[in-house]
Design a protein around this ligand. Structure first.
Ligand code: SF4
Length: 351
């Protein structure tokens, strides 16, 4: 044991989290699903999603046999949908290549879609009791502060240094508890915006604290301005109050989810609806436009202008009519979900 892990484990015993749903009946499958959900999402948001997911897909075989649409419907609202698609794909690979048993070798685990070095380390350590190291966002923050590491952790050189530190700090006993403990420290005390250093078990040796520079670590990513893209989302309604939805291609944003038809300009939208009409200016002026809003992805901002129209869909369009109730059970991107609920309440209000 080193001093860092020693103090951390003592703290973990009385103040760590011991009642998270994935800490109960710990299996590789349950830990794996939780680690994927937690990759870009906070614990309190993940818990209800995790519980619903486990009720529907209690084991690996059930997940592997499910339709992708069903999996994405249970991911709906969590964001970063590639995580859900990869989870599903990986379950099928385990079913086919590992006879349905979660692999126990690091190389096999890290070869599965959606599982990087840190996630593989977390699963092997916590569920399979093998000493592997993790370095997720929380751990990077804790170690960067503890050692006052100057540099952005996304930089390869800095990241390699942090992996080495993580390796040195991980004890050879109770490494599974240590894995949970360091994640807990990052999530509950050494938080991004308001670290509670007064309650921290490793404060006495924390360099950033000693230097009174906690807020500076970890260094931020060098700024790059995100580009802004425009999109018109068409809320096409028919006389039976059904809304037209199309399934997005597997690749690209919102891959595999159901969404509203998307266009770059009003003209393109009108032309797609009425291919035979030559001048579209009149048709453009008849569109009912809702207030535009911004949805931000990791690489760009998407300024969305919702456009409502009561009309039948052209015969050659690929998609389906759905009632509002049917749409609720589909995998929908968050902004589309929001628009449909506003649209529904408009119809309910107007009878
Ligand atoms: S003393 Fe503060 S900055 Fe240092 S590890 Fe603890 S909580 Fe983080």
């Amino acid at each position: 044991m080193n001093e860092f892990s020693d103090k951390l484990l003592q703290w973990f015993d009385h103040s760590g989290r011991h009642d998270l749903p994935w800490q109960q009946q710990q299996t590789p499958y349950r830990v794996w699903v939780s680690e994927i959900m937690l990759q870009q999402t906070q614990v309190k948001t993940v818990i209800p999603y995790y519980q619903r997911f486990m009720e529907r897909f209690p084991d690996l075989a059930t997940l592997a046999q499910a339709e992708q649409e069903d999996v994405l419907a249970h991911w709906s609202g969590l964001g970063y949908y590639a995580r859900g698609r990869n989870l599903h794909k990986a379950a099928q690979i385990i079913q086919q290549q590992h006879h349905g048993v979660f692999p126990t070798e690091f190389d096999e685990v890290v070869a599965l879609p959606g599982i990087g070095r840190s996630t593989a380390g977390a699963i092997l350590s916590m569920a399979l009791k093998q000493r592997f190291v993790i370095l997720d966002g929380n751990v990077k923050r804790v170690l960067s502060r503890f050692l006052a590491v100057a540099g952005w952790p996304g930089n390869k050189r800095i990241e390699n240094h942090l992996w080495q530190v993580a390796e040195d700090f991980t004890p050879h006993e109770r490494f599974d508890d240590y894995t949970q403990a360091i994640m807990d420290l990052g999530a509950t005390l050494c938080t991004r915006s308001k670290p509670n250093c007064q309650a921290c078990p490793v404060q006495a040796n924390c360099m950033a604290f000693k230097l009174n520079r906690v807020k500076e670590f970890p260094f931020s990513k060098p700024k790059k301005v995100k580009p802004i893209k425009q999109a018109k989302l068409l809320m096409l309604i028919n006389n039976q109050q059904q809304v037209w939805l199309e399934q997005r291609p597997q690749k690209g944003i919102w891959g595999g989810l159901w969404s509203l038809p998307q266009f770059e300009t009003d003209e393109a939208l009108v032309a797609a609806l009425n291919p035979s009409v030559k001048t579209h200016s009149e048709a453009v002026s008849s569109l009912v436009k809702w207030k535009a809003f911004r949805h931000t992805f990791s690489h760009y901002h998407l300024d969305i202008e919702p456009v409502k129209l009561v009309q039948e869909a052209p015969a050659d369009w690929q998609g389906q009519w759905h009632t509002f109730t049917q749409a609720e059970s589909l995998g929908l991107p968050a902004p589309v979900k929001l628009l449909l609920s506003q649209l529904e309440s408009e119809y309910v209000k107007n009878g």
